[in-house]
Ligand binder design. Structure first.
Ligand SMILES: Nc1ncnc2c1ncn2[C@@H]1O[C@H](COP(=O)(O)OP(=O)(O)OP(=O)(O)O)[C@@H](O)[C@H]1O
Ligand SMILES: CC(=O)N[C@H]1[C@@H]2OC[C@@H](O2)[C@@H](O)[C@@H]1O[C@H](C)C(=O)O
Length: 378
């Protein structure tokens, strides 16, 4: 029997809302047993520093460069991850010796697949020495070296979970609506296709922050009071990203929020919620078949306006839309779980990405292993 490992996954996503911590026991293949989950939010000043880091990162031309405050930021971010692990272990009454690996995503500050440039802030060796646990980090870079888009990486984890969906409901499409949205299409013949599908919550967050001073539209309530400004929605949906022949991984800055004068608060939120849902359906047009079931994960599933639009748009084409929870999963924990799963795969030398998921030439592994004493490439 394949060896079972215990791993902690750490995700700090494009929404920059905090650090998600998830425990997973897995063989890195079909055996997956979910454990506890903890979300540690960033305080507003730290979020502001992260936003500033995205600006400073625009100057990076080589992935090891850390202009401006980025070195200090990388250290502070890593120490916050170490604190999150410590808090998690304490709360779960676990000893660090019980954990084989940490899968450390870090914070993406720049992602330019056309230039084969991806930068995640996160110091693996520092996290390993702070926690005393082996850390697998930098899991996107090797994919890009081999011609991939460097994202998404979560599809292979979705595949490991998908057996929970009854086979008569396949093909199934997992959709993660985070800062950016991405999807994974799985069919019974083993087909696995994944790509970024559009602006998830980023535009909505930026809109309500600029015009109402709040970080996100809780429950989609503001949007529910507005109407879609179709001309504005179409401007986003006409972006060449949706019609290009090849799928491309997105950077947080690929879509910009509307100008203040283009809509009033609730109409803007309503329009951007519609854009989030319609973008997913538009991107799904590039799949080899239309899914029978959509499973919606990530924070966007809590925006009832986005979910309502998805139900209507997918329903018009005969598909069912389920939240992660309705399908038997934890929609908040899934990405952090994925990073734990990927860490175990990386340490076992199993591929992380595939031609159908990132466009990489052939399946490749990735990640760098930082031993609690010393670093090596895996
Ligand atoms: N209760 C809620 N109502 C509406 N939206 C919510 C709610 N909770 C979270 N969100 C949205 O979800 C976002 C966070 O989602 P999530 O944590 O899945 O993203 P992420 O992991 O940071 O991003 P990515 O998957 O792109 O890396 C928030 O920024 C917010 O827009
Ligand atoms: C470069 C980068 O960090 N991309 C993220 C981002 O957030 C969502 C989407 O864009 C996805 O491509 C990816 O994260 C997920 C977890 C992934 O790689 O599967």
């Amino acid at each position: 029997m394949a060896e079972i490992r215990t791993a902690i996954g750490l995700m700090s996503g494009t929404s920059m809302d905090g650090i998600d911590v998830a425990l997973l026991r897995t063989d890195g293949e079909t055996m997956v047993e979910q454990g506890a989950f903890l979300s540690v939010p960033y305080d507003p000043p730290f979020r502001d520093r992260l936003k500033q880091a995205l600006e400073e990162a625009k100057a990076i031309t080589r992935r090891d460069e850390r202009p401006g405050d980025l070195s200090r930021m990388e250290r502070d971010l890593t120490l916050r991850h170490a604190e999150a692990v410590e808090l998690f272990l304490r709360r779960e009454n676990l000893n660090s010796h019980a954990i084989d690996f940490i899968g450390f995503h870090g914070q993406t500050v720049l992602h330019r697949p056309i230039e084969a440039l991806t930068v995640q802030l996160g110091d693996g060796p520092l996290l390993a020495s702070e926690t005393g646990i082996d850390v697998v980090y930098d899991m996107r870079a090797n994919d890009m070296v081999h011609g991939g888009q460097g994202a998404p990486l979560v599809p292979i984890y979705h595949q490991a979970l998908a057996h929970k969906i009854p086979t008569d409901q396949w093909p199934v499409c997992f959709v993660n609506i985070g800062g950016i949205s991405n999807l994974t299409f799985l069919d019974r013949d083993g087909t696995i296709i994944g790509f970024d599908s559009g602006p998830g919550n980023t535009l909505i967050d930026q809109w309500v922050e600029a015009h109402a001073g709040i970080p996100y539209d809780d429950g989609g309530r503001i949007a529910s009071e507005g109407s879609v400004v179709m001309a504005l929605a179409e401007r986003y949906l006409d972006n060449t990203f949706f019609t290009a022949k090849t799928r491309r991984a997105l950077d947080r800055n690929d879509f910009r929020p509307p100008q203040g004068h283009e809509a009033e608060l609730s109409d803007g939120a309503r329009t951007l919620a519609y854009v989030s849902a319609a973008a997913i359906l538009k991107s799904a047009g590039h799949l080899p078949g239309f899914p029978k079931t959509f499973v919606i994960c990530g924070g966007g599933r809590l925006n009832r306006t986005i979910m309502g639009d998805l139900l209507r748009l997918a329903g018009e084409r005969g598909a069912m839309v389920l939240s992660a929870e309705q399908a038997g999963f934890d929609g908040d924990a899934m990405e952090a779980e994925a990073w734990a799963y990927l860490a175990v795969r990386s340490a076992k030398g199993l591929p992380l990405t595939f031609p159908g998921t990132t466009g990489v030439k052939s399946p490749v592994g990735g990640g760098v292993l930082a031993r609690a004493a010393g670093t090596q490439k895996v």
